[in-house]
Ligand binder design. Structure first.
Ligand code: XMP
Length: 317
């Protein structure tokens, strides 16, 4: 029978044997999988694990600094890289979802490759791949049609000529969380909602600009903060806001406004493959909506997405 304690012990022992004195580089995202994978490798080889956390300018409000602080707190050898402007430049004028994903993925590889070359004699690339990712990349390469190219960093190991180490590639998400708990990782990190690699870049419909990112970060922070304050955060699989590429007429005092529309999205799910829109209380939605419209300049209308997956997907792009 599988137990997390046993998994941790045998994995650390085999990582030690496999990696020896080699240098390992790893990109962290702030998510559960890459964090748990990094802590395991760190326990095996300590400072020979070099972690890189890239600010792609598409993260949630204040997330870069908060996540960087918590990695440092965990004792990881971590470098934060501000690459916001590179990502915005790569995204300039792109509107098509897959084109945006590709631009974000390509830019990430460039930034990461550059950083990895600063570390002398790296032999391994660590990744937080979990079992469902292994399965999914098989089907992505197979005959079935790709709906969204989730594997944003495919091609990274080939380009860098590194060997791959993926300590979680036999585990499911719930097992990763149990392993993370055994390792003493902060429960708020382990309980985090999934967040797409391309981040707010695929939640801003159409072209992405720094201004739009700022608006969406404010909206998202009010929504997610509200879910936490109301004890609803852990009851949904994932939540976030989408900035729509339309303007709507409104009225403020006796002035006509013509401003942006945001859509809030919250879903329940067990694996993200299918999902139901979350039946959040009207009272909660009412408060979040007026908070957003009162506090976020440039937004005059909030809608709630009541579509399930399938046929809708969780993200709008
Ligand atoms: P969809 O929108 O396909 O999303 O229902 C299912 C889950 O995958 C996440 N998602 C992504 N994750 N890169 C990622 O790393 C992507 O390009 C991407 N697109 C969607 C989504 O947030 C949800 O958890």
């Amino acid at each position: 029978d599988w137990t997390a304690d046993q998994f941790v012990d045998t994995t650390i022992a085999s990582l030690k044997a496999r990696l020896g004195n080699d240098q390992v580089v790893m990109a962290l995202s702030g998510g559960v999988d890459s964090t748990v994978a990094a802590i395991l490798v760190h326990k095996a080889i300590g400072k020979n694990l070099h972690c890189i956390f890239v600010d792609n300018g598409l993260l949630r409000k204040n997330e870069f600094q908060q996540v960087l602080d918590s990695y440092q707190h965990m004792g990881l050898n971590i470098k934060g890289v501000d690459a916001k402007d590179k990502f915005y430049a790569a995204l300039k004028d792109l509107t098509e979802p897959e084109a945006k994903r590709k631009a974000i993925g390509r830019t990430f590889i460039e930034v990461f490759d550059e950083e990895a070359h600063l570390i002398s004699d790296v032999k391994w690339l660590g990744q937080g791949t979990i079992y469902p990712d292994v399965i999914e990349s098989v089907s992505v390469n197979g005959p079935s049609q790709t709906i969204k190219s989730h594997h944003n960093v495919g091609g990274l190991p080939e380009k860098m000529k590194l060997k791959i180490v993926e300590p979680l590639n036999t585990l499911f998400k719930d097992e990763v969380r149990v392993v993370g708990k055994t390792l003493g990782i902060d429960p708020t990190i382990l309980g985090r909602h999934p967040f797409p690699g391309p981040g707010l870049g695929i939640r801003i419909l159409g072209d992405v600009t720094a201004d739009k990112v700022r608006i969406l970060q404010e909206v998202d922070a009010i929504f997610i903060g509200g879910l936490r304050d109301s004890g609803l955060y852990d009851k949904v699989w994932q939540a976030g806001a989408m900035l729509l590429p339309v303007q709507s007429v409104g009225v403020m005092g006796d002035e006509r406004t013509y401003e942006r529309v945001v859509s809030l999205r919250a879903v329940t799910s067990t694996d993200g493959m299918t999902a139901d829109w979350a039946h959040l209380p009207y009272e909660f939605l009412a408060n979040v909506s007026s908070d957003i419209i009162n506090k976020v300049k440039g937004v005059n209308r909030v809608v709630y997405d009541i579509s399930s997956k399938p046929p809708a997907t969780i993200e709008w792009e």
